[in-house]
Design a protein around this ligand. Structure first.
Ligand SMILES: [Zn+2]
Length: 156
């Protein structure tokens, strides 16, 4: 099981330091066999994070959540979005004006479903989070439309 051992070492190494700008690059830092993710995540989390699924609007845990805290990646625990940037978009999905740390997410063009959108992924584990649209209310004009299933709120 060479591969499993290597993954373990990678995880340990990256847990010791915060993901900084030096971690930029397209390859996720946390790599796991798909079976590993399937065991760790709930079916809803797995469908979103690993299969680029979208939860039905107004069904997720956080679309109407107004608690203060930090939203972390449900797969790898990286801090992704602060409740300070969360706003009511009326879409039924948690919506944010910007990531807590710009480097925590990667953006890439997604031309699936006959639309051209910008997909948002967790940089650390490569998990699919949602999409970003240029119609947000903040100064940056961005609306990060994120699935509740991809997030875990750490309330403060
Ligand atoms: Zn992640």
């Amino acid at each position: 099981m060479r591969r499993a051992r290597r993954d373990e070492n990678m995880l340990r190494r990256h847990r010791d330091k915060d993901a900084g700008p030096e971690s930029s690059g397209s390859a996720p830092e946390v790599e796991k066999p798909e079976d590993g993710w399937r065991e760790e995540l709930t079916p809803e989390q797995y469908a979103v994070l690993r299969q680029c699924g979208t939860e039905p609007a107004f069904t997720g845990e956080y679309w109407d959540c107004h608690d203060d805290g930090m939203y972390h990646c449900a797969a790898c625990g990286t801090a992704l979005f602060s409740s300070d940037t969360k706003f009511d978009s009326g879409t039924g999905w948690p919506s944010f004006t910007e990531p807590a740390v710009a480097e925590a997410v990667t953006l890439q063009k997604d031309a699936s479903h006959f639309m051209v959108r910008t997909e948002v992924r967790c940089r650390r584990c490569g998990g699919h989070l949602g999409h970003v649209f240029p119609d947000g209310p903040g100064p940056g004009g961005q609306r990060y439309c994120i699935n509740s299933a991809a997030l875990k709120l750490d309330r403060r």
